[in-house]
Design a protein around this ligand. Structure first.
Ligand SMILES: Nc1ncnc2c1ncn2[C@@H]1O[C@H](COP(=O)(O)OP(=O)(O)O)[C@@H](O)[C@H]1O
Ligand SMILES: CC(=O)N[C@@H](CCC(=O)OP(=O)(O)O)C(=O)O
Length: 266
């Protein structure tokens, strides 16, 4: 069965209906695709840091991560959120297995920008055998984006970046579930959604500021995952789980990202 990585954004995590989890279980049971889940957790990390009076800042959508911040990010994502998602799948009789990128060195990483953002990593390797093992046993892997660095070092990875690396390593489609209908732009005071974007479009939109903050790692990882025969990745609004089925049926929903435009989309 074809695998598909679903990244659940922190922006939408607490609002996703039960039907979302049921849909993913159905896709697996019907043999449509074998879901692999990677989640984020930005807003809940923010909340926990605030409660502890710990400041944190972002550079191009990435959280500058001190040791103190890393401990909180790990607690929130590998603990609270990861187990909550596993529980939600189990509530629908799904066989979910939660693990972080540290477990079994599933996600291996090195510090990004020579450590200028602190303990923020970029993925160097994905130990896909752990994912394949879970899938082979009929499970749904649920992965938290804290990665193993050198030795005992752990690194904070943006959820989109982690999901893109997992999709790339598995050679499968990446479906980014977020709180927006897709990549938006205001033109002549009207908000429009871009249904198809290429690498060139995206870089121009980042340069002009149309794409900013958390959308930057999202579009970049969506494009970076397009290797080994995977032609497109997609950004969808998770509040309407029907969007996933519509997308899989070829309907025009969300934003599809491709290396280059194909003829019928011009
Ligand atoms: N061009 C854009 N279109 C839509 N959203 C954008 C755009 N540029 C920046 N954003 C912001 O990116 C956010 C999604 O990224 P993020 O908050 O990291 O989501 P998630 O937690 O789902 O990964 C949107 O809520 C919006 O504030
Ligand atoms: C390095 C880095 O920025 N890590 C992110 C990980 C969570 C994340 O990516 O959550 P979203 O899905 O909500 O974007 C952070 O600390 O917020």
């Amino acid at each position: 069965m074809k695998k598909a990585v679903f990244k659940i954004g922190g922006s939408i995590l607490q609002e996703l209906p039960k039907s979302f989890y049921q849909l993913l279980i159905d896709l697996k049971e019907k043999g449509i695709c074998d879901p692999v889940i990677v989640h984020g957790g930005g807003p809940e990390i923010n909340q926990a840091l605030k409660q502890m009076n710990i400041e944190s800042t972002f550079v191009d959508g990435l959280r500058v991560t001190t040791e103190e911040v890393l401990e909180v990010a790990q607690m929130v994502m590998s603990g609270t959120i990861n187990k909550r998602i596993v529980g939600l799948f189990q509530g629908q009789n799904g066989k979910a297995i939660g693990l972080s990128g540290v477990d079994g060195r599933l996600l291996q990483a090195k510090p990004i920008h020579n450590g200028k953002l602190g303990l923020v990593g970029e993925i160097t390797k994905v130990e896909t055998s752990w994912i394949d093992m879970i899938l082979k046993e009929g499970g749904i892997p649920v992965i938290s984006p804290i990665a193993a660095g050198e030795g005992e070092i752990r690194l904070n990875i943006n959820g989109d970046t982690a999901a893109g690396a997992v999709a790339e390593a598995l050679g499968c489609k990446l479906i980014l579930i977020s709180n927006i209908p897709g990549v938006m732009e205001t033109i002549n005071q009207k908000e429009i959604i871009h249904h198809h974007l290429t690498k060139n479009d995206v870089e121009a939109m980042i340069a002009s500021g149309v794409i900013y903050g958390g959308m930057i790692p999202k579009v970049r990882s969506a494009l970076a995952s397009l290797k080994g025969g995977v032609e497109e990745s997609v950004i969808l609004n998770g509040l309407e789980p029907d969007n996933i089925l519509k997308y899989l049926d070829g309907e025009k929903v969300g934003t599809i990202l491709r290396e280059k435009e194909i003829a019928e989309h011009v």
